[in-house]
Design a protein around this ligand. Structure first.
Ligand code: FPP
Length: 233
């Protein structure tokens, strides 16, 4: 039996190393990484995936040099304005995971505009994790629930999930991390409980449709039991 991947989440890692290998500045790696992101979003949409989630800026990324952060924000603003038509034409709704209100004015404006314009998208959701921390997401959910004076007996998984940035969405079926690092780095901590994980040494700017197919082929071979025993010999 093969499984369908409805929600693919990606940790796009290795832009800096890609640039270094080529003797280019880190910014060139991020630029090439953005091209890779466009390729993969388009490919996923063609495949009929329902959710694609990209880790574009973690809360921990604020500790990078100011110049690099500014470059990443400029790239993001450009990406959102240049790809907005594509998102609307392809019926892709943009959704942000993370505390994006803490980002600079230009980024906030671009996010608001792109989310509003793509709101009617029905075919796929593109989640972009921005200023995102999985642990902070869980703490925020707790804070919200405490404010609601919820009876502890009424707290169940569904009630909790409704407070997450991914409320109403299916959990990721597959999480891909590029560049050979073998960890989740605070990504979708609650939602990844039963996600399949795929790690590849390929650096993100080199990740293409062929690599995506390899990952999905690998995923299809997995036996997903969600803790159940399917048959007793
Ligand atoms: C990791 O590479 C990547 C990031 C910090 C952010 C991801 C950003 C992009 C792919 C570009 C922006 C994307 C969009 C869609 C606008 P790294 O810098 O950590 O690489 P390294 O570990 O090799 O140094």
């Amino acid at each position: 039996m093969s499984f369908v991947c409805n929600h693919l989440a990606i940790i796009m890692d290795g832009n800096g190393r890609w640039a270094k290998k080529k003797g280019l500045p880190r910014s060139a790696g991020h630029q090439a990484g953005t091209e890779a992101a466009k390729r993969i979003v388009t490919a996923c949409r063609k495949m009929g995936m329902q959710y694609v989630t990209l880790y574009a800026f973690s809360r921990e990324n604020w500790s990078r040099p100011r110049e690099e952060i500014n470059f990443l924000f400029d790239l993001l603003v450009r990406f959102l304005s240049q790809e907005l038509n594509m998102l609307v034409e392809q019926s892709i709704r943009l959704n942000i995971l993370g505390n994006w209100e803490e980002m600079p004015f230009a980024v906030r404006q671009a996010i608001k505009h792109a989310c509003a314009k793509s709101r009617a998208g029905k075919e796929m959701v593109l989640n972009m994790a921005l200023n995102y921390s999985g642990r902070e997401e869980i703490l925020q959910a707790c804070r919200n629930l405490l404010k609601q004076d919820l009876d502890p007996a009424d707290l169940n998984e569904q009630v909790f999930r409704d407070q997450l940035f991914t409320a109403g969405q299916a959990d990721p079926d597959l999480i891909i991390r590029t560049s050979g690092e073998l960890r989740l780095s605070n990504y979708l901590i609650f939602q990844s409980a039963y996600s399949e994980l795929y790690f590849t040494p390929t650096l993100w700017p080199d990740f293409d449709e062929e690599e995506l197919h390899l990952a999905l082929e690998d995923f299809k071979k997995r036996e997903r039991r969600f803790g159940r025993v399917e048959r007793i010999e």
